[in-house]
Write a protein that binds this ligand. Structure first.
Ligand code: NG1
Length: 493
């Protein structure tokens, strides 16, 4: 078939380095971008970034299933002469009709290597109808979003326009927060600041077709694109995204010039914004974490917020799966990968309640807030822009500063180390990677080291993205956490 000849020719342009064996790790193919040039296999969404390598997104905009991870690994590791056989094998096993038209979105970050890597992907799917969308976030490279009616026409400009509008609307449901808009606006000539208390119609700027931003949000947009060398004033909240913008961190400097990173805080935030009880709904909320979540955050969620907390193995696919079991499943890894899921039933109840609301009481406002939260959040994959807007809405509605958010709790001091061993796969874990089952004696050694420290916890696991064993330790002081991590590292050798 002509398609197969084309694949053969194109793959020869991007040969796999001799001897290289790729593994589909915790969330994608990861290796030096120079070595990934040959990985040319098709799926519905492909996100290319310098640090992440290549991430595949399935038809629902979620991470691909283990079966497809297996196929992708098989194809990525095929030698030139075995490529067509490997491809035909996948086609046969999955009964894929090659006559059916396929569509694929390829997006990349703005780093130089992403250019050639995404070209390699495009060459690989040359025979299919593919759309190269240039520099986009992972959240924008989403097939499920694209099939939603409101995203059909100008999808790539409207996606974030819509989430901005929803954020703004949520804030405006609380009239007492309107003073937020009365700050004179030096940044954007297109916006007209409002008087305190003046009602604010949702509108889109005619010049830049973005919604009229409240100033702090506009400032945040500037900061994210200027994060290199940006000057931070004391107390000013800032945030940064990673390469494919599926993660976000907030930070600020205090008046003494001390830098504060609000690490792993997302899971303590979105559900504070979910006023399901006020709206008269009794939805079960759970927060899904991994073993890397700081012990204090788990305690805060269980004891103070009174929500169910679950722990899963590392990797968003595991967290996503666990979160699907609840009406509202909030899931975030400590490094900020994650999002919030609403069950179909919960989403329908919320949408219905919001449709039925026509008065202005607290319960109905809560229903509208809930509806906006559902629409604002990206339920398929983490989206730093949606997350930022939700966090901004929550902070504004609650009248909270970044310092107050930081002060909700104080993380236990912790340390993460990497240990290089001959074969990391000899370490096998259980209990959501919190305990080892092999090699024999390792868990007992870790237990006795942990007992020597106060408020201590430690675990080891083989990384799914690097050829290392990761060691995590936390304890009541930084010295203690450092010492424990070091001692456990020695036990791993
Ligand atoms: P590994 O290398 O399996 O620990 C790392 C991160 C994950 C996730 C994946 C990539 C840690 C401890 N692990 O996985 O959270 O970000 O990379 O998706 O940060």
């Amino acid at each position: 078939m002509a398609q197969f000849e084309e694949v053969s020719q194109q793959s020869a342009v991007h040969p796999k380095p001799v001897g290289l064996v790729l593994q589909y790790g915790t969330a994608g193919f990861r290796t030096n971008s120079k070595q990934l040039d040959h990985k040319t296999k098709a799926t519905i969404g492909v996100m290319v970034t310098e640090d992440n390598g290549v991430k595949l997104v399935d038809t629902m905009g979620e991470m691909v299933t283990p079966a497809w991870e297996g196929y992708a690994t098989q194809l990525a590791n095929a030698e030139q002469e075995g490529l067509l056989t490997a491809m035909k094998d996948v086609i046969e096993r999955e009964a894929i009709s090659m006559a059916q038209e396929a569509s694929m979105f390829v997006s990349k970050d703005t780093r130089p290597s992403s250019e050639s890597l995404s070209q390699a992907v495009l060459d690989g799917v040359h025979a299919l109808e593919s759309h190269s969308k240039g520099a986009l976030t992972l959240g924008q490279n989403l097939s499920r979003r694209h099939s939603m009616p409101r995203f059909t026409s100008t999808v790539f400009t409207s996606y974030h326009t819509l989430v901005c509008a929803l954020c703004l609307e949520s804030i405006l449901l609380r009239p007492e927060t309107c003073s937020f808009y009365s700050v004179p606006n030096a940044l954007d000539d297109h916006q007209t600041p409002l008087e305190k208390g003046q009602s604010h119609p949702l509108s889109v700027c005619l010049y830049c077709s973005l919604p009229r931003f409240p100033i702090p949000i506009f400032l945040l947009f500037c900061l994210t694109s200027l994060s290199l060398g940006v000057e931070m004033s004391a107390g000013e909240r800032c945030c940064s995204y990673d390469g494919d913008a599926d993660r976000i961190v907030y930070y600020y400097c205090d008046s003494a010039g001390r830098f504060h990173l609000l690490d792993g805080r997302q899971d303590c935030h979105p559900h504070q914004h979910i006023p399901q009880r006020t709206a008269g709904l009794d939805l079960q909320i759970a927060v899904v974490q991994t073993a890397y979540a700081n012990g204090i955050s788990t305690r805060y969620l269980e004891d103070t917020m009174k929500v169910i907390v679950r722990c899963t193995k590392t990797g968003v696919k595991h967290l996503h799966h666990a979160a699907q079991e609840f009406d509202i499943g909030v899931y975030f890894e400590a490094n900020a990968h994650g999002t919030v899921l609403f069950s179909k039933e919960a989403e329908e109840n919320i949408q219905q309640l919001a449709r039925d609301s026509n008065t202005n009481d607290e319960r109905e406002n809560a229903a509208l807030l809930l509806q906006n939260t559902v629409n604002l959040l990206n339920q398929t994959v983490g989206d730093a822009i949606s997350d930022m807007l939700l966090i901004e809405a929550v902070l504004t509605i609650r009248g909270m500063t970044v310092q107050q958010w930081d002060a909700i709790y104080t993380d236990l001091p912790n340390r993460q180390l990497k240990v290089k061993v001959a074969d990391r796969r000899v370490i096998d874990t259980t209990d959501a990677e919190r305990r080892t089952v092999s090699p024999a004696g390792l868990q007992e050694a870790i237990d006795s080291l942990v007992h020597k420290h106060r408020q201590a916890r430690s675990f080891v696991r083989p990384s799914g993205t690097e050829d290392v064993v990761r060691v995590y330790a936390e304890a009541d002081t930084q010295e203690s956490a450092d010492a424990l991590a070091h001692e456990v590292s020695l036990a791993v050798y």
